[in-house]
Design a protein around this ligand. Structure first.
Ligand code: PRP
Ligand code: URA
Length: 209
């Protein structure tokens, strides 16, 4: 069972502190989420396989390494996961993008699926699932179920803020999924929001509150 990887690079920590601040406006919040996602992508793709090819530089023929193996897809969980997608695509522009729409029922806090559209070859791709918040873990677990039911075998989950409860739930249900987080927070409150967290990520990205 892979241990969660908490990316505590100083640049990531600094930007996470800025998005936690309730005074940060939506425009800056969106830009920072995208920048954090780009930095996380660098780490989450560290184990991509390489192969050697022969190329000719202006000086001589040499061998050089390029990425090989299965192709990537990014799958943001709507809505808030959308905020991470551009940052990831900036580093891997050839990746395809699938979308899964889930919202948490305000009373039960359980996820409700309302949309799913995946690239036709999703089963042949490695997937990086995106959502800034891992709270109870219900949404991430259901999204992984949806990917596995479509034949996806290699899934990583990238979030910005994780609660210990969410890590425990996702790891228990899907021990094969490597979790990457930019911060591991304290706990959930009575409404299943992360403390200290950053509030409602979707509302802060899209300015809906
Ligand atoms: C938020 C967040 C996650 C989910 C996390 O989405 O973006 O998808 O809650 O909570 P969980 O780990 O307890 O399932 P929300 O349901 O608020 O939908 P939104 O992104 O459309 O605002
Ligand atoms: N969803 C959010 O957007 N924030 C939380 O703290 C928990 C779930």
């Amino acid at each position: 069972m892979p241990k969660p990887i908490i990316m505590d690079h100083p640049l990531i920590q600094h930007k996470v502190s800025l998005i936690r601040d309730k005074r940060t406006p939506s425009k800056d919040f969106r830009e920072l989420i995208s920048e954090i996602a780009m930095l996380m992508c660098y780490e989450a793709t560290r184990d991509l396989p390489l192969k050697e090819i022969e190329i000719e530089t202006p000086m001589k023929i040499t061998t050089a390494k390029v990425i090989s193996g299965r192709k990537l897809a990014f799958v943001p969980i709507l809505r808030a996961g959308l905020g991470m997608c551009d940052g990831m695509l900036a580093l891997v522009p050839a990746a395809k993008v699938g979308h899964i729409g889930l919202y948490r029922d305000p009373k039960t806090h359980l996820p409700v699926e309302y949309y799913c559209k995946m690239p036709s070859d999703i089963a042949e791709r490695d997937v990086i699932l995106l959502d800034p918040m891992l709270a109870t873990g219900g949404s991430a677990s259901d999204a992984v179920d949806a990917l596995k039911s479509r034949g996806v075998r290699h899934i990583k989950f990238c979030c910005i803020i994780a609660a210990p409860e969410g890590i425990a739930a996702l790891t228990e249900k899907h021990p094969d999924v490597q979790i990457y987080a930019a911060a591991l927070d304290e706990c959930l409150d009575e409404n299943k929001y992360i403390l200290p967290g950053l509030g409602d990520a979707g509302d802060r990205i899209f300015g809906t509150k």
